[in-house]
Design a protein around this ligand. Structure first.
Ligand code: GLA
Length: 338
């Protein structure tokens, strides 16, 4: 049987480094994504990609996805290892997502491969399977945001993710505003190592003061270690900013929503220390541009994409002047029979 699966990338509008402590995030699925077209059958998964010189060739009983080569095939292998499909498949991967830009190209690949290989279940189960696949493939202990956004996207809406309750609440993006993205030109370096370090620091803070999701700013003073206190302060204040942003959108107060994004960036830069000077400079430049309400880094950090909340009429000018573009909030992954 020939099938085609599509899975979108994502941008996170606000709420970064909150998902793995059961916090809040507000991403959206975007129009750009990854398509996997296969003919099912056989006992290996054989995929070629228009972005990669070597194909992925993954046996159905693959034991260690992280040991597979070429590196992009590890994500395919992670999905095979988690899904254990009854049959293999042969086909092709095409993508409109720039790799390593912070638009979750790996999550889109995992979700599209899982659907193409016959995953059955709901969007949350799909996301959880692909999160495990990503962790096994990359060794990075990622949260669920990227895979859940790709699986559960809603056209025209941001997604309020509660990563403890594992719920997805669509928040319609008002017509008068737009989200634009501009690449910082910085390839993300050491992102995986620093990510694991930050996650461990959050876990260490939680061992002292309990779940960060329940912590109030006053609780942070109990953290004696200054680094842990700053990491925890980012998470606690970022969860609050996600809700403040949603409230500001509902009230039509775009300035206030933009201010929450600016504050989020400052917190990721100073307290969580996942930004870079080039990203900071671009955020500052964008935040000061006419028609922009606020700007911030997005995703894991250490380079990649910077986003801005703009007046819809100014969005194209703001983005194209810097080689970027406007993101359209899009539906989640889907399977199409050919
Ligand atoms: C990466 C991870 C996500 C999330 C973000 C930061 O994209 O894959 O789970 O933790 O970083 O918000």
């Amino acid at each position: 049987m020939a099938v085609r699966a599509f899975a979108p990338g994502r941008v996170n509008v606000i709420g970064d480094h909150t998902d793995y402590t059961g916090g809040l995030a507000l991403p959206m699925a975007i129009a750009e994504g990854t398509t996997v077209t296969v003919e099912r059958g056989g006992d290996v998964v054989r995929l070629r990609s228009d972005e990669e010189p070597s194909p992925a060739l993954v046996p159905l009983d693959v034991a260690d996805p992280a040991a597979v080569d070429p590196p992009w095939a590890r994500y395919v292998a992670g999905v095979v290892a988690e899904l254990r499909p009854a049959a293999g498949a042969t086909g092709a991967v095409t993508t409109k997502l720039p790799l390593g830009a912070g638009l979750s190209s790996s999550a889109a690949l995992e979700v599209a491969v899982a659907l193409a290989l016959g995953f059955e279940g709901d969007a949350l189960e799909l996301a959880q399977l692909c999160q495990r696949a990503e962790q096994r493939a990359s060794g990075v202990p990622c949260g669920i945001m990227d895979q859940l956004t790709s699986a559960a996207g809603v056209e025209g809406s941001l997604l309020l993710l509660d990563c403890r309750a594992l719920t997805v609440t669509p928040i319609p993006l008002p017509a008068g505003i737009a989200i634009v993205g501009v690449h910082s030109g910085v390839a993300r370096a050491l992102a995986g190592t620093a990510y694991a370090e930050r996650r461990a620091e959050c876990a260490a803070a939680e061992r002292e003061i309990g779940p960060l999701r329940d912590a109030r700013p006053d609780d942070l003073t109990a953290l004696v270690d200054g680094v842990l206190r700053r990491r925890a302060r980012h998470v606690v204040t970022e969860n609050a900013r996600v809700l403040a942003f949603v409230d500001a959108l509902a009230a039509g107060d775009h300035e206030l929503a933009g201010a929450a994004m600016n504050d989020s960036h400052a917190s990721l830069r100073d307290d969580f220390e996942v930004s870079t000077p080039a990203v900071d400079a671009l955020v500052e430049q964008l935040a000061a541009a006419p028609g922009v309400f606020g700007a911030r880094m997005t995703g894991g950090g250490f380079g990649g994409m910077v986003i801005a909340l703009c007046d819809a009429d100014a969005a194209d000018a703001v983005a194209t002047a810097r080689g970027g573009g406007r993101f359209i909030a899009s539906a989640g992954a889907s399977l199409l029979a050919c």
